[in-house]
Design a binder for this molecule. Structure first.
Ligand code: SF4
Ligand code: SF4
Length: 208
């Protein structure tokens, strides 16, 4: 009799434990059902990078004056500027230019300090290659126009969290004209202008 009672107790305890564990598992599932879907069906869907995204560098050969400022400001002296001195014109002539994106840390220093603005950062982030040496881009590869997620007809562009209207957490099926969170650059400029105008008016009133 005692053995039977012990078996019943063990069985009941096991059933209660099983129910508790199932409940714990389902609570995690229900919790996730309340969350924002973060899955992007890459490569059919792609996130639009933010405005100041630091992606692959674009280089304009004709604007480069071979000054090598980009090399000096680079934390790892990465850009390779190959030039020769043109004795007749008495100035440097650029022969080749390259940046190895297998080593670059995309800090943007070279872009920031280039005196002729011939370097710019694009929103291109797909830089995977089978061979790391393929990531060493010469001036031809660097001069290629950047890929844009929004201009690719094969891709559904999704807005990144920073671009979603306030309170919206799902980047799928947004209406076309949905505004992004925060102020647009031109709105900030208008506000600054208004403040400046107000300040100058107050200053002129005080002077009178
Ligand atoms: S982005 Fe930074 S690390 Fe890359 S080449 Fe320019 S300065 Fe160097
Ligand atoms: S800083 Fe600009 S202009 Fe000077 S070498 Fe580098 S890319 Fe050319």
């Amino acid at each position: 009799m005692l053995k039977f009672l012990k078996q019943v107790t063990d069985y009941t305890k096991g059933a209660v434990d099983a129910a508790r564990f199932i409940g714990q598992g389902l609570s995690v599932t229900f919790d996730h059902m309340q969350r924002r879907p973060v899955t992007v069906q890459y490569p059919y869907e792609k996130l639009i990078p933010s405005e100041r995204y630091r992606g692959r560098i674009h280089f304009e050969f004709d604007k480069c004056i071979s000054c090598e400022v980009c090399v000096r400001v680079c934390p790892i002296n990465l850009p390779v500027v190959d030039w020769e001195f043109n004795k007749e014109a008495k100035k440097k002539k650029l022969k080749h230019y390259s940046i190895d994106f297998g080593v670059c840390i995309f800090c943007g220093n070279c872009v920031e300090y280039c005196p002729t603005n011939c370097l710019s950062m694009t929103e291109e982030y797909e830089l995977a290659a089978y061979d790391r040496h393929e990531l060493n881009y010469d001036n031809v590869a660097l001069g290629r126009l950047p890929y844009k997620v929004t201009q690719d007809p094969m891709v559904t562009p999704l807005r990144e969290l920073a671009y979603l209207p306030k309170g919206v957490m799902n980047p799928h099926d947004l209406p076309e004209g949905a505004r992004r969170a925060g102020k647009l650059p031109e709105e900030i400029l208008d506000e600054m202008k208004e403040t400046q105008d107000g300040e100058s008016e107050a200053a002129s009133a005080n002077a009178k």
